[in-house]
Ligand binder design. Structure first.
Ligand code: COA
Length: 260
């Protein structure tokens, strides 16, 4: 599929989606959000795609936020609609995909950019990465899930400080906060991310999908995560992957999961 604002390519089971507006530091405008939705949806539905990586083009930015030029004249209703539509199309959508999504944060991840990274299942960063939710410096608050996901990842006090000061943290501080799992040099970021993707790909895709669902349930209002885990655990026993995984272990060989 042809996109104007992103690049999407799949090789060896990994779909790499690159936000490609480097002159605007990959800021998320409406069109980019729609294209990202389409690319994530396509990758998730492709049985050959086992892991999705999202990153930004250029050396400077992952994503420097929502495109400020698009909403600076919005009123109350339009503001609320912007947040609701974005959350539905992209941020909640990514979080609930069955295919693992890794954010490779290669530079600035600000506002909607950090919110995009936080909607992914986990994050890796390059040493030059800078992260923050600067919205209060613009007279607004994070609207793509940032007020919810940041405290989940770093704790309430740190999230409050980051949002109130509108400041940026560097990659090492993000690592210390648990916001990113690993920090590597920028030129190694994609190969390192692919290495982790490779480890994921050895395992059962159906079990991973159930695990994502169960872990997410912990953060979903009105859901009992333990109940979801019990149901998801039970589901695994009805899969060919379970038969293959346990048989391979007992036969002392590597599992070759059919992904069913
Ligand atoms: N929305 C729209 N355009 C953006 C943008 C955003 N979130 N972030 C950067 N850009 C654009 C700039 O307007 C500039 O465009 P121009 O060359 O047409 O003037 C271009 O990207 C380069 O940005 P610039 O500010 O010149 O780069 P810098 O290196 O001096 O500063 C940042 C980098 C990230 C510190 C700065 O761009 C910034 O503060 N961006 C906004 C971050 C933000 O508040 N995000 C939350 C939005 S809710």
């Amino acid at each position: 599929m042809n996109y104007e604002n992103i690049l999407s390519e799949t090789s060896n089971g990994i779909a790499t989606i690159t936000i490609n507006r480097p002159k605007k530091l990959n800021a998320l405008n409406k069109a980019t959000i729609q294209e990202l939705h389409n690319a994530f949806d396509t990758a998730d539905k492709d049985p050959n795609t086992k892991v999705i990586i999202v990153t930004g083009s250029g050396e400077k930015a992952f994503v420097a936020g929502a495109d400020i030029s698009e909403f600076s004249d919005f009123n109350v209703e339009e503001g609320a609609k912007l947040a609701a539509k974005g959350q539905e199309l992209l941020f909640d959508f990514i979080e609930n995909l069955s295919t693992p999504v890794i954010a490779a944060v290669n530079g600035f991840a600000l506002g909607g950019g950090l919110e995009l990274a936080m909607a992914c299942h986990f994050r890796l960063a390059s040493t030059n990465a800078k992260m923050g939710l600067p919205e209060t410096s613009l007279g607004v608050i994070p609207g793509y899930g940032g007020t919810q996901r940041l405290p989940q990842l770093v704790g309430k006090g740190r999230a409050m400080e980051m949002v109130m000061t509108a400041g940026m943290i560097n990659a090492n501080q993000a690592l210390h906060y648990g916001l990113v799992n690993h920090v590597v040099e920028q030129e190694e970021l994609l190969s390192f991310t692919e290495k982790i993707a490779g480890k994921i790909m050895r395992n059962s895709t159906v079990a991973i999908a159930e695990a994502i669902r169960a872990i997410n349930a912990n953060y979903t209002d009105g859901m009992d995560g333990y109940e979801v885990e019990i149901e998801a655990f039970g589901n695994c026993f009805g899969t060919e992957d379970f038969t293959e995984g346990t048989t391979a272990f007992l036969e002392k060989r590597k599992a070759n999961f059919p992904g069913k």
